[in-house]
Design a protein around this ligand. Structure first.
Ligand SMILES: NC(=O)c1ccc[n+]([C@@H]2O[C@H](COP(=O)([O-])OP(=O)(O)OC[C@H]3O[C@@H](n4cnc5c(N)ncnc54)[C@H](OP(=O)(O)O)[C@@H]3O)[C@@H](O)[C@H]2O)c1
Length: 279
């Protein structure tokens, strides 16, 4: 697709993606840019990697801005969006993707880690919505929140983050109701295992397992027989951001290759051990 092809579904739109310096957020920003959007790459501290993403977006013929916002400090959100307003004058798509936590058992969580996890995923999300909605007024707007399967399933080290993600999914429903009359849809995406820096850190430090072998075992138990990629999730976000999704709001869509629709009894077949059919 040429840079300004009129058929690009997001041509002329402005997208803001948090946590876009790497991982899923980077894939989402690049996909939205390929679909025609100018992009704001929000990151925390990895200026070099954010700069690389900006350069990749500019090579696609779009405008891009790297913007450092510490989402653990919600007071940084309004000035960040003021900068976006100065640069682009509007926002059409907002993707709340960034998250961080200490992958520790709940009993070992330090108060500052609990506060920080909730501040990034909930408090800064609300602050960002309050800042971004005035920049969407008068045009169809799209808000997409990246949740996680920890919102529904108990996962070691994910107690606080899972609670934050469950709260995020609740906000998706309420915001969809509140913002629908303004022409803004609000949806969530809920990925399964996606290969990124943070999934590797969780497997190695949180579960104390070897990463490649763990990904291979999860893939073997997944109906489509692979782990996810950032591009898988980006494709769904691009659809939710498009005009085609104007009647879809308030939903959080699980994208996990089918892993969570499989009964735990079926999963036993994917894990060798006593009682397995071929044991
Ligand atoms: N990976 C998975 O398997 C998986 C599964 C389900 C859900 N998720 C969710 O998907 C989202 C993206 O995950 P990922 O694996 O792509 O993450 P990642 O590779 O660890 O990337 C995290 C991104 O968030 C930014 N970030 C972290 N803390 C921040 C803060 N306090 N303020 C501002 N930005 C901050 C980082 O910026 P810097 O580079 O500057 O540090 C980076 O851009 C998260 O919401 C995660 O919970 C991931």
């Amino acid at each position: 697709m040429t840079p300004d092809a009129p058929s690009a579904p997001l041509a002329g739109r402005v997208a803001v993606v948090t946590g876009a310096s790497r991982g899923m957020g980077r894939a989402i920003a690049l996909r939205l840019a390929r679909d025609g959007a100018d992009c704001v790459v929000v990151y925390r501290r990895d200026h070099a990697r954010a700069g690389v993403v900006v350069a990749e977006i500019e090579r696609l013929g779009r405008r891009a801005l790297a913007l450092a916002i510490e989402l653990g400090e919600p007071d940084e959100v309004p000035p960040g969006f003021a900068r976006i307003a100065e640069t682009f004058g509007r926002v059409d798509v907002f993707v709340a993707n960034a998250a961080a936590t200490a992958f520790r058992p709940t009993l070992e969580q330090k108060p500052h880690n609990v506060r920080r996890t909730l501040a990034i995923s909930l408090e800064s999300f609300v602050a960002a919505i309050q800042a971004v909605v005035p920049l969407m007024r008068g045009r169809p707007g799209r808000i997409v929140a990246v949740s996680g399967i920890d919102s529904q399933q108990a996962m070691r080290g994910h107690g606080v983050l899972g609670a934050a993600k469950a709260g995020l999914e609740s906000l998706v429903r309420t915001l969809a109701m509140e913002l629908g009359p303004l022409g803004i849809t609000v949806n969530g995406v809920n990925p399964g295992l996606v290969e990124t820096d943070s999934s590797q850190m969780y497997v190695e430090r949180g579960l104390e397992r070897e990463y490649a072998a763990t990904v291979a075992r999860v893939a073997a138990a997944t109906p489509v027989r692979r782990a996810g990629s950032g591009e898988d999730v980006a494709g769904l976000v691009a659809y939710l951001a498009s005009d085609a999704a104007s009647f879809l709001t308030g939903q959080t869509i699980v994208i996990d290759g089918g892993l969570t629709i499989v009964s735990p009894l079926e999963l036993l077949n994917a894990i060798p051990g006593p009682g397995a059919p071929d044991a």
